[in-house]
Design a protein around this ligand. Structure first.
Ligand SMILES: Cc1cc2nc3c(=O)[nH]c(=O)nc-3n(C[C@H](O)[C@H](O)[C@H](O)COP(=O)(O)O)c2cc1C
Length: 345
């Protein structure tokens, strides 16, 4: 797939959102409206991912992306996860749930890459790291354009050096996990500061992400050199989004006033609506994915009890502008708004 041509035709991207948000219906609606929808492979088994790819194609959509978590870091010391387990005991008691096992895994990396090589999905994107040049080449040979997410100029340079077809620049405003290769050496820069530097550094198309909620926001990043704009939070309240009902409601609830970065839910920095769980676990360890597996039953119990204070309410800084409207209408509005603001779409 020729990425520059694809992005010229479809400059609005729906961000891949793991955890059930990027449903096949959302991807189909976005791509059907002239945007580029993306499935999220994170946390899924390869079999479940294959089912979602089939579902998107079964709906009649062939142009879409799939995003994969790159295994990163190393197992956390048992003492670190044991200490966090003790800290979570009160939450578990309150919710009538048990803290999950502190599992370190690679999110079925090899099986997912093999599946994608045989699936020839038009775009395969990555977060949390940069795959080897050999993996990127296997995907390219299979017909996929590859995109690596970067939060620093250095990460973008690595992606370009390994011949990724494109770079997605994620600013600190973004909802969900920071894409940082190594959170111990992260750099939380705003999108409009980082974007022009990355555009100057890499010779491949750059997709901008982080806090893009309106057509004016899209126009601003295109003017700053991006080839396309990627939004996640703006799509969370769409009817096709699989975000859980209390998450959707919290985005519009005046009781939630701000977002923060936290490791409390997964052990990796991520941005969400600031709630009690985040406040009570400010010093959560850097232990991904162990902490993700440990808090999973707690988050599920909180969601079942419709208690947003115990859920991961991923959201970017622009969350107040997230509206409940069909995804196709949102894509059309973003395109029209960007054109009105003087941009190409
Ligand atoms: C609920 C949610 C889940 C996300 N999951 C992923 C993911 O699986 N893979 C990924 O690369 N980015 C993920 N992101 C980050 C997005 O790709 C993107 O960087 C972000 O949504 C852009 O900022 P915005 O939310 O302010 O639009 C997620 C974001 C949200 C809000």
């Amino acid at each position: 797939m020729n990425l520059p041509e694809l992005l010229r035709a479809r400059p609005i991207l729906q961000a891949p959102m793991a955890g059930g948000t990027s449903t096949p219906a959302l991807v189909h609606a976005v791509s059907g409206a002239g945007g580029l929808g993306s499935l999220a492979a994170g946390y899924l088994s390869a079999e479940a991912l294959a089912g979602q790819i089939d579902a998107v194609r079964g709906l009649g959509t062939d142009v879409f992306g799939v995003n994969v978590f790159v295994p990163s870091g190393s197992p956390a010391p048992g003492s670190v996860t044991a200490a966090y387990r003790s800290e979570l005991a009160g939450d578990a008691r309150r919710l009538g749930a048990e803290v999950g096992p502190a599992v370190y895994d690679d999110d079925a990396w090899d099986a997912k890459i093999d599946l994608l090589v045989s699936s020839a999905v038009p775009v395969v994107s990555f977060t949390f790291g940069c795959p080897s040049a050999a993996v990127l080449e296997r995907l390219r040979a299979a017909g996929s354009a590859t995109v690596v997410t970067a939060t620093t100029v250095e990460e973008a340079r690595t992606a370009a050096a390994r011949s990724a077809d494109g770079v997605c620049v994620q600013g600190v405003e973004a909802g969900g996990h920071r894409a940082t290769f190594d959170p111990a050496h992260g750099d939380d820069r705003p999108l409009l500061e980082l974007l022009p530097e990355v555009v100057r550094t890499v010779g491949v198309p750059v997709i901008a992400a982080g806090g893009l909620m309106t057509g004016e926001d899209v126009a601003a990043v295109l003017a700053a050199g991006a080839s396309a704009a990627q939004s996640g939070t703006a799509f969370l309240r769409c009817p096709e989004s699989g975000a859980q009902a209390p998450h959707k409601a919290a985005l519009a609830d005046p009781a939630f006033t701000r977002t923060s970065l936290t490791r409390a839910f997964t052990g990796r920095p991520a941005r969400g609506l600031t709630n009690r769980f985040m406040d009570e676990h400010r010093d959560a360890p850097a232990a991904y994915p162990e902490v993700h597996h440990m808090t999973r039953p707690l988050r599920a119990a909180a969601a079942k009890a419709a208690d947003p204070e115990g859920m991961a309410l991923w959201a970017g800084t622009g969350f107040r502008l997230a509206r409940e409207l069909p995804a196709a209408d949102l894509v059309a509005e973003l395109r029209a708004g960007a054109a009105e603001a003087g941009a190409r779409p």
